[in-house]
Design a protein around this ligand. Structure first.
Ligand SMILES: [Zn+2]
Length: 410
């Protein structure tokens, strides 16, 4: 295949991907005003419902703007040989392929982040602010950016450097070593993310002794689950939106509750949410997701190893001199349709797991407080209650509120 053909395949993938996404968004938006099903009549009162309608419409329009900007930017970069320009820039500083790759990705990442910052700034301080969600200060917003850059420079840069080094020493077999490295990293992050990374951004405090903690312990005992690590995180530092999640495994397993969740829900509802999280653990969803992501990474790296040495990948992006990092970018763009499909499959599993975790909460605790908690959470984030089924199929990691309520009442 010629570099020119490959170039146009990449362009086609980007445009088709964009169009499919926009068609789904439009389809979804067409159903914003659908009548609410009976089960969901009591989620909003009239004023809140109107507010949620405005929120959806605002986000929809803003989404068209940001995604159009980013696709135009990518296409312009491709048509005007942006990658070659940045590659030459990086080559001015070093002859070492690892250093060149690090500078190259550094420029691309920071450059695109700076270009998209006005959009995320607008989203946080204008849209989220207008609808009463935003609690982020400008200082936190920019500090988050800096910390994010620093973290991807250290972690992403470190992993990239090692992978290129493996490629230099072992050639095509680099994928096996890279797979081992990424697997170790993934397992390590799964275990220690809450301990090492979260504290950089949030404060976590153990849930204080008292009625709520006693109720949680009493429930955990009935299902034989050791749940001594319950933390409250200051989610209210950034947004009024609430959440709860499970992380780690073995002795490192812990539950994290947003302070906003504790404010919004009563004790019974919080225990029901926790019972759902315990369900994920007991039904081995956490291990499944970990194993699936390790296997998918292996598959991706293996396919990468088949193509990475082919200069046509670099040439397709207008870069004469073949190198690992340019080929990696081209591969990433060509691989997009496959990763769309794998993420779609993972969503199918995820939605199935949500039903199983809901069933677990219903069977070991109660269904009704889970229903009221889900209604409150949807109301407080002004959720769309009438998503289009095609949109749900592609994008939703959770069943819709209606589907979950119907399942919980079964
Ligand atoms: Zn869940």
């Amino acid at each position: 295949m010629t570099a020119n053909t490959l170039f146009y395949i990449i362009i086609a993938i980007i445009i088709i991907n964009f169009l499919v996404d926009k068609i789904l968004d439009a389809l979804n938006a067409k159903h914003f005003n659908d009548a609410l099903p009976n089960e969901l009549q009591d989620v909003y009162d009239d004023a809140e419902y109107q507010k949620s309608q405005n929120y959806k419409a605002t986000k929809y329009k803003f989404g068209i703007l940001t995604s159009t900007f980013s696709v135009v930017l990518t296409l312009a970069f491709l048509f005007f040989d942006g990658f070659e320009f940045v590659d030459n820039l990086a080559r001015n500083y070093s002859e070492n392929p690892i250093i060149i790759a690090l500078i190259f990705f550094g420029i691309i990442m920071i450059g695109s982040d700076i270009l998209t910052t006005p959009f995320s700034y607008y989203s946080t301080f204008v849209i989220e602010e207008k609808f009463g969600f935003n609690k982020t200060t400008k200082k936190t917003f920019f500090l988050d950016k800096l910390k994010g850059w620093l973290m991807s420079a250290i972690l992403g840069g470190g992993i990239l450097a090692l992978i290129i080094w493996f490629y230099q020493i072992t050639g095509t077999y680099f994928w096996l070593y890279a797979w081992g490295l990424v697997t170790l990293f993934t397992v390590f992050m799964n275990m220690f993310y809450s301990k090492l990374i979260v504290p950089l951004f949030n404060k976590q405090t153990p849930l204080e002794a008292g009625e709520l903690r006693d109720k949680i312990s009493a429930y955990a005992k009935t299902v034989g689950f050791k749940l001594d690590k319950i933390f409250v995180i200051d989610g209210s530092k950034r947004s009024t939106k609430a959440n709860a999640y499970f992380s780690g495994f073995g002795s490192e397993k812990r539950v994290t509750l947003y302070d906003t969740l504790i404010n919004d829900l009563n004790d019974e509802e919080i225990v029901a949410v926790l019972a759902h999280e315990v369900g994920h653990y007991k039904k081995k969803h956490i291990i499944f997701n970990l194993v699936a992501s390790v296997l998918l990474t292996g598959l991706t790296l293996f396919i990468l190893s088949l193509f990475i040495s082919n200069p046509v990948l670099s040439n397709a992006l207008g870069v004469e001199k073949h190198s690992f990092h340019i080929a990696l970018i081209a591969f990433g763009m060509l691989y997009a349709p496959i990763s769309e499909i794998t993420s779609l499959i993972m969503n199918v599993f995820s939605r199935k797991f949500e039903y199983q975790a809901d069933d677990y909460a219903k069977n070991t605790y109660k269904g009704e407080p889970l229903i009221t908690s889900l209604k409150k959470l949807n109301k407080n984030s002004l959720s769309n209650l009438t998503p289009h089924p095609a949109y749900v199929f592609m994008h939703y990691s959770h069943p819709t509120l209606l589907q979950r309520i119907q399942n919980l009442r079964k």
